[in-house]
Design a protein around this ligand. Structure first.
Ligand code: GLY
Length: 555
């Protein structure tokens, strides 16, 4: 279904699609929310570049997509300018300086179940504003205020509450969620907002207006920082004024891999996504895919074995590079290493995850991704998060934004790894001021030196495998991007030794065959929510059909 929007939101020659591909010639933005995609396209039309549009879209998502869009979380951005080097911006959250290795353990040193995802101690020092500001200062074209203003307007004037958010609102208000989250969706009379009601966020509008006027200092210093710290102090949180003042976004060199003639640019640590993606693509390059048809038993077996290996390496080696100076990134992304990892592949039998090796369960899947291409052909792939859906659910009522619960992405019980979900390796143990390991995998695949596929997804640790399978389908199986986004996805992460697959999307026979080979299939509703742009003479955009309010908008 392709709709041409005739509302004031979208002027002539603006194409909007939720369930189909959108084609455009000048520029395109794909995100989880149509208002936010439209903000990005408007910025492109005003002469903004891909960075400007990505910044404005991300800030708009902080208003209209509160499940994951944020100024209270963090993320990563990969930028391929039409001329010059590919670069990345790391704006991952950090542990506050008073965080300790044992902060989520009981007196016996055992993890208190759920404690690393609940309450104010799970909030990492937010990085989003610093990251977007750094990207803009180094690579943006339009004034900063012009990029923040649309988000201020959305929060101040309000938007009609979507059907999806209205159903979330009802569930949240009836649950034992934190009061802040409940109040997000209630009016002055404490009545829950319904579908189509105008949803205004005046406190968030004021916070954004300060950020508009003062840049990153508007968030990390002054009255916003003070209100945030007051809220922390009053409610048992750890973040101090110094934590905020000291937060810095960091520009890092991308992880670069190749698949046949394509170049793959993706995120280095503290995300594990890029290294694992490149390692898996290297392993796939060794296989004769002409005799491994898409969606066959052999295909799923192969993918599972590749994922199993990459996730074991992820768990063993990866963490914040500023705390782990000996991470073997070159080795993990080296073609010869893939050969070594694939040497014992048995085409008939699943290997067994080794309990002395490592892995970790898929986790919170509410993160969000946006992809942008501008008129010059520059591209941005940006994924950011507050960890679980609506993050910690907490925030200062004065400031109006949700805080992350990203501390849950650290290994909570150092030194203890089990066959289930606990992993205790040192590279990702909790340390003051450290960035927690992420799986976000914003990626740009280049063909002949130009952006070709701009892609990413939410989904916790499943992100890596979702992006991997989509990139593989497009590059190795020549699948149109739209089909690759919609194609069935699987996930394996070493431990627990389960082959997760999307419910009702694999035939029962195939599942049984995988079981007989020694795999442990488990179904799950959905894997990933991809937002992609393919550049093939024209721009082709698609938002995953699992994103109810998502939109690819181009002009
Ligand atoms: N919070 C999800 C991730 O960073 O991987």
């Amino acid at each position: 279904m392709i709709k041409i929007i005739t509302s004031a939101l979208c002027l002539a020659l603006c194409f909007f699609s939720t369930y189909a591909q959108t084609y455009a010639t000048h520029g395109m933005v794909v995100s989880d929310d149509a208002y936010a995609s439209q903000v990005g396209v408007d910025i492109l039309k005003q002469g903004g570049n891909a960075i400007d549009a990505a910044v404005a879209t991300a800030l708009a998502l902080a208003v209209t997509f509160p499940q994951a869009g944020n100024i209270g979380g963090g993320g990563f951005l990969v930028y391929m300018p039409h001329q010059g080097e590919v670069t990345t911006i790391d704006f991952r959250e950090k542990a506050p300086m008073s965080a300790t290795e044992n902060m989520f353990l009981d007196a016996e040193g055992i993890l208190i179940p759920g404690s690393n995802h609940k309450g104010l101690k799970t909030v990492g020092v937010p990085g989003t504003v610093a990251g977007l500001y750094l990207a803009h200062q180094k690579y943006g074209q339009l004034p900063w205020a012009a990029l923040v203003q649309p988000a201020v307007d959305l929060a101040d004037q309000g938007v009609p509450l979507s059907y999806t958010l209205a159903s979330h609102a009802k569930t949240i208000v009836e649950s034992d969620s934190p009061d802040f989250l409940k109040q997000l969706f209630t009016d002055q009379n404490n009545a829950v907002l319904g579908f189509g009601d105008i949803w205004r966020q005046p406190e968030l509008a004021m916070t954004l207006a300060i950020i508009r006027d003062r840049g990153e200092d508007g968030f990390y210093k002054g009255e916003v920082a003070q209100a945030l710290v007051d809220y922390m102090e009053a409610n048992g949180g750890l973040i101090t004024k110094k934590d905020l003042k000291d937060y810095k976004a960091i520009e890092r060199k991308p992880v670069k891999g190749t698949y046949k003639s394509y170049d793959i640019y993706t995120m280095p640590p503290p995300s594990s996504g890029g290294v694992a993606l490149v390692e898996m693509m290297n392993m796939m390059e060794l296989v004769d895919l002409d005799s491994t048809e898409f969606n066959t038993t052999a295909y799923f077996h192969l993918l599972t074995e590749v994922m199993r290996r990459a996730f074991a390496d992820r768990a063993e080696f990866l963490g914040d590079p500023d705390f782990n100076n000996a991470m073997p990134l070159d080795r993990l992304t080296f073609k010869a290493f893939a050969q070594q990892r694939m040497a014992h592949l048995d085409w008939d039998q699943a290997s067994v995850s080794d309990p002395l090796k490592f892995g970790q369960i898929y986790d919170g899947d509410n993160t969000t991704h946006l992809s942008v291409v501008d008129a010059d052909g520059s591209a941005v792939s940006l994924t950011y998060t507050i960890e679980q859906s609506y993050g910690s659910g907490m925030g200062s009522p004065e400031l109006g934004f949700l805080l992350n619960n990203e501390m849950g992405d650290f290994n909570p019980q150092n030194g203890y790894t089990d066959r289930g979900w606990l992993i205790g390796t040192a590279p990702n143990k909790i340390e003051p001021g450290k960035r927690m390991l992420s799986s976000m995998t914003p990626t740009i695949v280049a063909k002949e030196g130009k952006p070709y596929l701009i892609i990413g997804s939410p989904g916790g640790r499943t992100i890596i495998n979702t992006v991997f399978q989509t990139v593989l389908a497009v590059l190795a199986y020549d699948m149109p991007m739209r089909e690759a986004i919609e194609a069935v996805k699987i996930h394996h992460q070493w431990f627990p030794d389960e082959l997760i697959y999307e419910k009702d999307k694999l035939s029962p026979d195939l599942v049984k065959t995988l079981e007989s080979m020694g795999h442990h299939p488990v179904s799950r509703d959905q894997l990933g929510r991809l937002m992609g742009i393919l550049v093939n003479q024209v721009l082709i955009g698609a938002s995953d059909s699992s994103s109810p309010d998502g939109a690819a908008i181009g002009y």
